[in-house]
Design a protein around this ligand. Structure first.
Ligand code: G6P
Ligand code: MG
Length: 216
């Protein structure tokens, strides 16, 4: 039996841009900036690990209390962007694929580093589509460690090598590859070249392509 694991931010919803804006403001408040290319390194990476990376880029260190404050401030700012999220914010082409998988009785799992995953799935009306949800509250190791996907596969009872993973981040593609799953990158070919298959968006994915992967 095959199963499908979806990342959330930048795959199902366009929230990756809000993480970027919130981290950028945090860096700017500390007196430095980082590029969109550097931001690719933050995608798929946990909140703590992201702040560690950003502080390194800015040659800045914080006390333990300041670190916690900055993490909370970033999350508050991020939450202000996603308050009004609805099903209209589901990225184009995603629902078509989820509906097809549901019709075919293929188990679907979420594999996200975000601690905000559940509220986002609720707001977009997708909660019931998932047979299992593994998010930032369930894992201790950040992508590219495969932990999140391994747990996601276990929860739907599908062997690792029979899982397809949709990912928009380099760290996530690497995590899927390390887990021995089939990685499908959603984004730019230059960035996600390690993925087994790459598409600019879900709109480019033909149902036959998915059918093929599910039957081979
Ligand atoms: C996802 C996003 C990252 C984000 C991480 C933690 O993997 O791609 O940009 O930092 O989740 O999200 P959270 O909502 O818990 O801060
Ligand atoms: Mg992502």
């Amino acid at each position: 039996m095959k199963g499908v694991i979806f990342d959330l931010d930048g795959v199902i919803v366009d929230t990756a841009k809000f993480h970027f804006l919130a981290w950028k403001k945090l860096a700017n408040d500390l007196g430095f900036d980082f590029t969109e290319l550097q931001n690719e390194e933050l995608k798929g990476v946990s909140r703590v690990r992201s702040l560690e990376k950003i502080l390194k880029w800015g040659n800045t260190s914080l006390s333990e209390d300041e670190f916690k404050e900055k993490m909370a401030a970033k999350n508050d700012h991020y939450l202000s962007y996603i308050t009004n999220l609805t099903s209209k914010d589901i990225l184009p082409g995603v629902s078509r694929i989820i509906d097809f998988l549901t019709e075919q009785n293929i188990p679907i799992s979420l594999g996200s580093a975000s601690k905000n995953a559940r509220p986002i799935l609720k707001k977009t009306g997708l909660m019931d589509k998932f047979h299992a949800i593994v998010d930032g509250n369930d894992v201790s190791k950040a992508k590219p460690d495969p932990e999140v996907f391994i747990i996601a596969a276990e929860k739907i009872g599908v062997a690792k090598e029979n899982c397809l993973v949709f990912e928009d981040s380099v760290a996530g593609v690497q995590a899927a590859n390390i887990a021995g799953m089939t990685s499908i990158g959603i984004g730019e070919k230059d960035v996600l070249h390690e993925a087994d298959h790459i598409f600019n968006s879900f709109e480019e994915i033909e149902i036959d392509f998915i059918k093929n992967l599910l039957t081979t």
